[in-house]
Ligand binder design. Structure first.
Ligand code: ATP
Length: 211
């Protein structure tokens, strides 16, 4: 019977490794991420950051090692509704507006108490663009629509792959502020980065991958 105690971390990796054609992409990796913690996955281009994210989200399978969620083997069923992933592909519907995309998100995943679409759009700086089809938005504005989802979905764990890409200075500060508030409220986040993160909510854990 798996140990599911109050000491079980939210997410744990044990000797996790991934290879392509016999070449190691990364690993073996061991880490534990608890509620209220931030982990940065750092590394140069091609070092395996996105590959690790794809494994954590179930898009790829690691042949070696183990992932555990709240003390039990990680399956998508077990963490469904508790994890939100923001990757290079933003998962927005181009013909729908920002407002409609967010309504769709809430319909699928539910929403946090007291959080509303209008408030989220204001917070990410998209007032005036709420009803434009997403295909007409700039890359940074699209990214902001995706970031608004983080404010709405009641997920314990945020998996953010290069969340700063395409963002201007205020967008970068927005990501930092969202992360700080999420961690301060007992959320957890795993963030890939080339080193841009300015986190003022305590010392994050760090994993360095090598190309
Ligand atoms: N679909 C794929 N097929 C084959 N090899 C791949 C594929 N995707 C990535 N790779 C290889 O796996 C390695 C890790 O790639 P990955 O995208 O995880 O790196 P990364 O650290 O996220 O890079 P970046 O900072 O450029 O986004 C690279 O050597 C890359 O060439």
């Amino acid at each position: 019977m798996p140990a599911m105690t109050s000491h079980s971390p939210l997410l744990e990796a044990r000797a996790l490794a991934f290879h392509r054609q016999d070449d190691a992409v990364f690993g073996p990796l061991d880490f534990r991420l608890d509620a209220g913690e931030l982990m940065l996955i750092e590394g140069d281009n091609g070092s395996g950051k996105t590959t690790l994210m794809r494994i954590l989200t179930g898009l790829l399978r690691a042949e070696e090692g183990e992932l555990r969620w709240r003390g039990e083997p990680l399956t998508w069923d077990r963490c469904s509704g508790e994890v939100v992933f923001l990757g290079h592909q933003l998962g927005l519907k181009a013909e729908l507006s920002a407002r409609e995309n967010l309504a769709f998100t809430i319909g699928l995943h539910g929403h946090r108490n007291q959080s509303g679409i209008e408030g989220a759009l204001t917070q990410v700086g998209l007032i005036g663009y709420e009803d434009e089809p997403v295909r007409k938005l700039s890359a940074g504005q699209k990214k902001r629509v995706a970031l608004a989802r983080l404010l709405l979905i009641p997920a314990a764990l945020w998996l953010l792959d290069e969340p700063y890409a395409n963002l201007d200075r205020s967008g970068i500060q927005l990501v930092d502020a969202l992360l700080e508030a999420h961690i301060a409220h007992g959320g957890a986040a795993l963030v890939t980065s080339h080193g841009a993160v300015q986190f003022h909510g305590g010392e994050p854990q760090r994993i360095r991958l090598h190309a």
